[in-house]
Design a protein around this ligand. Structure first.
Ligand code: DX5
Ligand code: ZN
Length: 216
C-alpha cells in the first residue's frame, strides 16, 4: 500500500487546523509541509512558527520539505518545533553530507531531495546516510504543476539501486501526482506519494486519499 502525504501548500492557509484535520480523518501517513524561502525557489511559504502551532493540533508525522538556501542554518529550528522527517535539497548546499548529519543529531529522520534535472549520481555517495529520497517530479516552488514524466525512469533506477544494495530507504515522489498517474508512479517504485492540489482542490479529498492509499 502506498503511503500518502497531503501537501498543505494547496490548503486554505486561513484555516490550517481545519485543513489538517480534514485529511487526518482519512488516515494519511504524513502531513507534507513545503518550506520555501524566495531564494532557492521563486515562492515564499511558511516557517518554524507555523509548524510549531500545527504540532499542537495533530499527531500525524510532519514531513518537512525544505526548499531553502543554506538549510544547515535552520535545521535546529525545524527539528525543535516537531518535524518528524526533514528533507534537504542536494542542490541547496555544497555540504549536503554535513547537513544530513546535522538533522540526525536531533533524532529526526532525514531525506535528500533532487530537482527534476539533477541526476541520481549526485547522491550516490550519501545514500547510506538517508532514510528517504525525495524525487521531485515538478520544478519546486508551486503546487498544481504537471508531472514531469522523465521522473518515472529516475524512480525506477533509484529503486533498483536500493534493492541491489539492500538499503533501507523510502522513495517519496512530489509534484503533479493525481489519481490518473499514481499507479505508474508506485509501479516505478514510489513508497510515499505527496499530493497537494489533487487532494486539497478536490470536492472529495477522502476519495482521492483512499484511492492513492490502495495502490500497491
Ligand atoms: C512543490 C512542492 C509540492 C507541491 C505539490 O514545490 O514541493 O509539495 O505542494 O503540489 P501538487 O501536488 O499540486 O503538484
Ligand atoms: Zn514538497
Amino acid at each position: 500500500m502506498a503511503k500518502v502525504a497531503p501537501s498543505i501548500l494547496s490548503a486554505d492557509f486561513a484555516n490550517l487546523e481545519k485543513e489538517v484535520k480534514k485529511v487526518e480523518a482519512f488516515g494519511v501517513d504524513f502531513i507534507h509541509i513545503d518550506v520555501m524561502d524566495g531564494h532557492f525557489v521563486p515562492n515564499i511559504t511558511i516557517g518554524p512558527c507555523v509548524i510549531e502551532s500545527l504540532r499542537k493540533v495533530t499527531s500525524i508525522p510532519f514531513d518537512v520539505h525544505l526548499m531553502i538556501e543554506k538549510p544547515e542554518k535552520y535545521i535546529k529550528d525545524f527539528a525543535s518545533v516537531g518535524a518528524d522527517l526533514i528533507t534537504i535539497h542536494c542542490e541547496a548546499t555544497c555540504h549536503i553530507q554535513r547537513a544530513l548529519q546535522e538533522v540526525k543529531k536531533y533524532g529526526v529522520k532525514v531525506g535528500v531531495a533532487l530537482n527534476p534535472a539533477t541526476p541520481l549520481c549526485f547522491i550516490e555517495n550519501i545514500l547510506e546516510e538517508v532514510d528517504l529520497v525525495l524525487i521531485m517530479s515538478v520544478n519546486p516552488g508551486f503546487g498544481g504543476q504537471n508531472f514531469i514524466r522523465s521522473s518515472l525512469k529516475k524512480i525506477s533506477s533509484l529503486k533498483k539501486i536500493i534493492l541491489e544494495n539492500n538499503y533501507n530507504i523510502k522513495i517519496e515522489v512530489d509534484g503533479g501526482i493525481n489519481e490518473n498517474n499514481a499507479v505508474e508512479i508506485v509501479k516505478a517504485g514510489a513508497d510515499i506519494l505527496v499530493a497537494g492540489s489533487a487532494i486539497y482542490k478536490s470536492e472529495n479529498p477522502g476519495d482521492i486519499i483512499k484511492k492513492l492509499k490502495m495502490i500497491n
